[in-house]
Design a protein around this ligand. Structure first.
Ligand SMILES: *Cc1c(COP(=O)(O)O)cnc(C)c1O
Length: 353
C-alpha cells in the first residue's frame, strides 16, 4: 500500500548497526544499553536491537518499556516521576536516579511489592542535565545503602545533551574516581559504570575511554549511524536505516521572493528571502507537525528544502535532473530531531522492512 508520508525502517540495518557497535564495545570491555526512545519502544526495533546483541534495553519513558516483552533487563533512562513509581517498580528492572526523595519512594513501593529495585546513580559532570554533584555523592550513597529494597548497582553520567559538554578521558575519569571512592568507603562493588551515550563513542576509537567504564547507552548511533559529539558517521554503520518518503502535491514555477509587504510567517518569525528568479518549486504533504524540516536531506542531491509550515514542506527542485510530477514522492535522510518528530507523529505511516 502506498501511504504517505511514511518512514521506512530497515530492521536489517538497525540489527547490523547494533551488531557492529556492540562488537566495538565488547572489544573494550563495554556492555551496551540499546536505547529505543527515538522509536517509541517499537517492538520490531527492540527485537532487531536484541538480535544485534545489546545487553539491556533502555528507554526514557515507562510507557514504552511497559510495551516491551523481553528477558534482558529493562532500564528507565529519564529520572522517575514520583507519581509513576509503582509502574516503574512493577515494569522496570533498573532506573537512573539523582533524587533521594524519589529513591525513597521507589524503596517504599518495592517493599510493598516484596521486590528489590536496582538503580544507577547519575553524577553531574558538567553538562548540567541530571545528576548529583560529585561533592554530594558520598552522602547520597550513604543514605541509599540504608534502603533495604533499593540496590545501588552503579554510577552513570550523561553528557552532550543540554550543555553540549563533550566526553573526555578527564571527565570520565572523574566518574571512575567517584565510583572508587564509594567502593572503598562503603566496601561495596559497583557493577556498572555507565560512561554516557552516542557522544562517548569517539573515545573508543581514540582508545581514550578509562578502563573501568563498562557500559554505554546507545540510541542515535544505532538508529542513524552517527556519533553525537561531533555528528560524524560511525564507520561501518548504515546512515539510511530510516528513510522518510513524502508526496508532491503541487509543482510549479514560482518567483523566489514573496509579493506584498512581509509580516510574520505562521510561526511568528519574519522570513528573509534571496531573489533567485523564477524557480521550480514543489509542495510536499508533510509539515512541522510531523518533522523538523532542518533535519531533512533529500536523496536527490539537487533538491533542497526551503521551509515548512505546519502541514506543508516547500522545496526547490529547479536543479533536479529527474522530471518530477505531482503525485511523485521524494526520499530523505533524517537527523535525530527529524526522526523524533516523525516517529511521534501519528500522521506518518511507519513501515518496518
Ligand atoms: C537518550 C539518552 C541516551 C541515548 O542517547 P543517544 O545520543 O541517542 O545515544 C542515553 N542516556 C540517557 C540518559 C538518555 O536520555
Amino acid at each position: 500500500m502506498n501511504i504517505y508520508p511514511r518512514v521506512e525502517i530497515n530492521l536489517d540495518k538497525v540489527r547490523n548497526n547494533t551488531k557492529l557497535l556492540v562488537n566495538k564495545c565488547i572489544d573494550n570491555g563495554i556492555e551496551v544499553m540499546g536505547v529505543t526512545k527515538i522509536f517509541c519502544g517499537h517492538p520490531q526495533v527492540v527485537e532487531a536491537m536484541i538480535d544485534g546483541g545489546i545487553n539491556y534495553i533502555a528507554d526514557s519513558r515507562v510507557a514504552n518499556l511497559c510495551k516491551i516483552n523481553t528477558t534482558i533487563p529493562k532500564v528507565l533512562l529519564r529520572l522517575p516521576m514520583k507519581s509513576e513509581a509503582l509502574k516503574i517498580v512493577k515494569n522496570v528492572d533498573i532506573s537512573l536516579n539523582s533524587e533521594l526523595d524519589t529513591i525513597m519512594t521507589l524503596d517504599d513501593i518495592a517493599r510493598s511489592l516484596n521486590k528489590v529495585h536496582c538503580i544507577i546513580l547519575m553524577v553531574e559532570l558538567g553538562d548540567l542535565r541530571e545528576g548529583v554533584l560529585p561533592e554530594n555523592i558520598v552522602e547520597t550513597v550513604n543514605y541509599i545503602l540504608n534502603l533495604k529494597n533499593i540496590k545501588l548497582i552503579g554510577l552513570g553520567v550523561n553528557l552532550t545533551c543540554y550543555g553540549g559538554v563533550i566526553p573526555s578521558r578527564s571527565n570520565l575519569n572523574q566518574l571512575v574516581q567517584c565510583a572508587e571512592v564509594i567502593e572503598e568507603k562503603f566496601n561495596i562493588k559497583l557493577e556498572i559504570i555507565s560512561g554516557g551515550n552516542s557522544s562517548s563513542l569517539f573515545l573508543l576509537e581514540e582508545e581514550n575511554i578509562p578502563s573501568r567504564i563498562n557500559n554505554l547507552r546507545l540510541g542515535e548511533a544505532i538508529s542513524l549511524g552517527r556519533e553525537s559529539a561531533f555528528g560524524e558517521h560511525v564507520e561501518g554503520t548504515s546512515n539510511d536505516a530510516c528513510i522518510l518518503k513524502a508526496e508532491i502535491i503541487e509543482l510549479k514555477e514560482k518567483p523566489s521572493i514573496p509579493r506584498g509587504e512581509i509580516g510574520m510567517d505562521a510561526f511568528g518569525n519574519k522570513p528573509i528571502f534571496e531573489d533567485r528568479g523564477v524557480r521550480k518549486r514543489a509542495i510536499l504533504a508533510i509539515g512541522r507537525q510531523d518533522v523538523d524540516p532542518d533535519g531533512l536531506r533529500c536523496l536527490d542531491r539537487n533538491a533542497f528544502v526551503l521551509g515548512a509550515s505546519s502541514d506543508h514542506l516547500i522545496m526547490d527542485l529547479h536543479e533536479c535532473k529527474t522530471k518530477y510530477k505531482v503525485g511523485d514522492t521524494l526520499e530523505f535522510y533524517v537527523d535525530y530531531s527529524a526522526l523524533l518528530k516523525i516517529m511521534t507523529s501519528e500522521y506518518v505511516y511507519k513501515k518496518f522492512m
